[in-house]
Design a protein around this ligand. Structure first.
Ligand code: NAD
Length: 250
């Protein structure tokens, strides 16, 4: 079967582990040249690239902190100089700083918004002109079920993730005539480092609310991203695709 992303250039932020690393591997398996972005763990990012190359794919490492506008612009500018465009941008980098709002420090609010929301603005703006010129593009933001449901202790994270949906719906309208789609993939509870820290009691409670009866895998999220990145999804834009085992049905 023909690979869906043959000849395409993809950038995945926060690609060195968890959902991001699964997305890198999946896009590379579909034929994309994948830039594995990392902020501070070159060894983990290199390990992802080694797996990609070991499976016959290709890519490169790209260091920047998504919240550092200048660094983003420099690194992605370098990619554009080399490759002409970025066909697929996956805004996956994300962090949590959970606490009840009454106790939330301003820095916890600011850091989560800076990485999870402003980071998406930074990365998207850095590639948008080139994408528009190329008249083909896919921008896929990794949101969260929490952006749609809310979650006690995550007002900062939920606000940022809900913001990604508003961002995607607005930008989708701006760039649709240029062949660019903008969507959100909103995972539910997925087995990664981010959820490893949840206490067992909370995990059990959560599992009770998931009709499929288990946590999701990073690969199940990556499959949705790969579909939205493909030509098959050319008529889907401004959409939030939930991958949550039925935890929230919208
Ligand atoms: P993770 O913590 O394992 O991975 C997050 C990645 O983002 C890491 O590689 C990290 O280094 C990177 N990152 C963090 N800050 C960065 C920055 N400033 N610049 C560049 N990279 C940065 O988490 P994950 O579970 O793989 O999460 C990936 C995405 O999926 C996040 O956006 C997260 O909010 C979202 N998500 C996760 C779940 C889940 O259950 N795991 C659920 C819903 C949404």
């Amino acid at each position: 079967m023909a690979r869906r992303l043959e000849g395409k250039v993809a950038v995945v932020t926060g690609g060195s582990r968890g959902i991001g690393s699964a997305i890198c591997r999946e896009l590379a398996a579909e034929g994309a040249f994948v830039y594995v972005n990392y902020a501070s763990s070159p060894d983990a990012a290199q390990a992802v690239l080694d797996v990609i190359r070991g499976s016959g794919g290709d890519g490169a490492l790209l260091q920047f902190d998504v919240s550092d506008r200048e660094a983003v612009s420099k690194a992605l500018g370098g990619v554009l100089d080399e490759r002409g465009t970025v066909h697929v941008l996956v805004n996956n980098a994300g962090i949590t700083r959970d606490t009840l709002l009454a106790r939330m420090k301003e820095e916890d609010w600011d850091r989560v918004l800076d990485v999870n929301l402003k980071g998406v603005f930074n990365c998207t703006q850095a590639v948008l002109r080139a994408m528009m010129k190329a008249r083909w593009g896919r921008i896929i933001n990794i949101g969260s079920v929490v952006g749609a449901m809310g979650n006690a202790g995550q007002a900062n994270y939920a606000a940022a993730k809900a913001g990604l949906a508003g961002f995607a719906k607005s930008l989708a309208r701006e760039v649709a005539p240029r062949g660019i789609t903008v969507n959100v993939v909103a995972p539910g509870f997925i087995e990664t480092d981010m959820t490893k820290v949840l206490p067992d009691k909370i995990k059990e409670q959560l599992l009770g609310q998931i009709p499929v009866g288990r946590m999701g895998t990073a690969e199940e999220v990556a499959a949705a991203v790969s579909f939205l990145a493909s030509d098959s999804a050319s008529y889907i834009t401004g959409h939030v695709l939930h991958v949550n085992g039925g935890l929230l049905c919208e």
